[in-house]
Design a protein around this ligand. Structure first.
Ligand SMILES: NC(=O)c1ccc[n+]([C@@H]2O[C@H](COP(=O)([O-])OP(=O)(O)OC[C@H]3O[C@@H](n4cnc5c(N)ncnc54)[C@H](O)[C@@H]3O)[C@@H](O)[C@H]2O)c1
Length: 248
C-alpha cells in the first residue's frame, strides 16, 4: 500500500495508460479522481473500481478548458478534502508530414499535451502549497526525448515542452515541498496502439534492449514510485520507461 490515504487526480484516466494508472493507484490505497473529456469512460472505471463511490470519483474535465479544470479541482476538494498527487496523463497525437500539417493540427496537439498540462499544474499548486507539499507527475514521451519515426513534430514538440516545464516547475515549487517529475514512456501496448499492425509496432521498438513489449502497467509502476514517499529525494527528473530503446 504505497499510496494509502493519498488523494490522486489522473487526467485522461478513462482509457489506456491513464486507466491503468488509476487502477493501480486505487490498488495501492489511494483515493482516485478520474478526469476525462469522455465522462462515460471515467464513470465506468470509477464505478467498477469502487461501487460504493467512497474512494473514486469521475469528473468530466477537458484539460484545455480553464473553467472545467477549475471545476474538477473544486469537485475533488469537495469530496476528498485534499490533493496529494496529480498525474498529467491526458494526451493526443495527430501525425502528418510537415507539408500537410496545418496550423490547426499543429496547435491542437500542443494545446492538449502542453497547455493542458500547464493548466492542471497551475490549478493544484495553491492547494499543494497550502497542504505543505504534493507530487506532480507529467506523462511525456520518448518522442520528446529523441527524434522518432512516425511520431509527428507537433507531438514531439509538445512532449519536449512537457519535459522543460517539468524541470523548471520542479525548481519553482521544490521549496514548497512540491515534487514535479515526468515519465517518458516508449511504445506502450494499449487498445489504441494494438490497432497498428505488429510490424509497425516493431519498427517503434528497434534497438530495444529488453525483449518485452511495454505495457500500461510499466508506466503505472513508475508513477507509483514517483507518487509515493519512495521518491522523496527525486524531483525534476524525466524517468525513461522504454525497455532500453534509448539508453543515455
Ligand atoms: N501509448 C503509447 O505508446 C504512449 C507512449 C508514450 C507516451 N504516451 C502518452 O501517454 C498518455 C496516455 O496515452 P494513451 O496511449 O493511454 O492514450 P489514449 O488515447 O488511449 O487515452 C487518452 C485518454 O485521454 C483522454 N483525453 C484526450 N484529450 C483529453 C482532454 N483534452 N482532456 C481530458 N482528457 C482527454 C481520452 O479521452 C482518453 O481517455 C498520453 O499523454 C500519451 O502521449 C503514450
Amino acid at each position: 500500500m504505497e499510496l494509502k490515504e493519498l488523494v490522486a487526480i489522473v487526467t485522461g484516466g478513462g482509457k489506456g495508460i491513464g486507466k491503468t494508472i488509476a487502477e493501480k493507484f486505487y490498488g495501492e490505497g489511494a483515493r482516485v479522481a478520474i478526469w476525462d473529456i469522455d465522462l462515460s469512460s471515467a464513470e465506468n472505471l470509477a464505478i467498477s473500481l469502487d461501487p460504493s463511490g467512497d474512494r473514486t470519483m469521475a469528473v468530466k474535465v477537458d484539460i484545455t478548458n480553464e473553467g472545467e479544470v477549475a471545476n474538477g479541482t473544486s469537485e475533488v476538494l469537495k469530496k476528498f478534502k485534499r490533493i496529494d498527487i496529480l498525474v498529467n496523463n491526458a494526451g493526443i497525437s495527430r501525425h502528418r508530414p510537415i507539408e500537410e500539417m496545418s496550423l490547426e493540427i499543429f496547435e491542437s496537439v500542443l494545446k492538449v499535451n502542453l497547455t493542458g498540462t500547464f493548466l492542471c499544474c497551475r490549478a493544484v499548486t495553491p492547494i499543494m502549497k497550502k497542504q505543505g507539499g504534493g507530487k506532480i507527475i507529467n506523462i511525456a514521451s520518448l518522442g520528446g526525448r529523441t527524434g522518432r519515426p512516425g511520431v509527428g513534430i507537433n507531438y514531439a514538440a509538445s512532449k519536449a515542452g512537457v519535459i522543460g516545464l517539468t524541470q523548471t516547475l520542479a525548481r519553482e515549487l521544490g521549496p514548497s515541498g512540491i515534487y514535479v517529475n515526468a515519465i517518458a514512456p516508449g511504445p506502450i501496448l494499449t487498445e489504441q496502439t494494438k490497432q497498428y499492425p505488429a510490424e509497425v509496432f516493431a519498427t517503434w521498438n528497434v534497438g530495444r534492449a529488453i525483449q518485452k513489449d511495454g505495457l500500461p502497467e510499466d508506466v503505472a509502476d513508475a508513477a507509483i514510485f514517483l507518487g509515493s514517499a519512495r521518491s522523496d529525494w527525486v524531483t525534476g527528473v524525466t524517468l525513461d520507461v522504454n525497455g532500453g530503446i534509448l539508453i543515455r
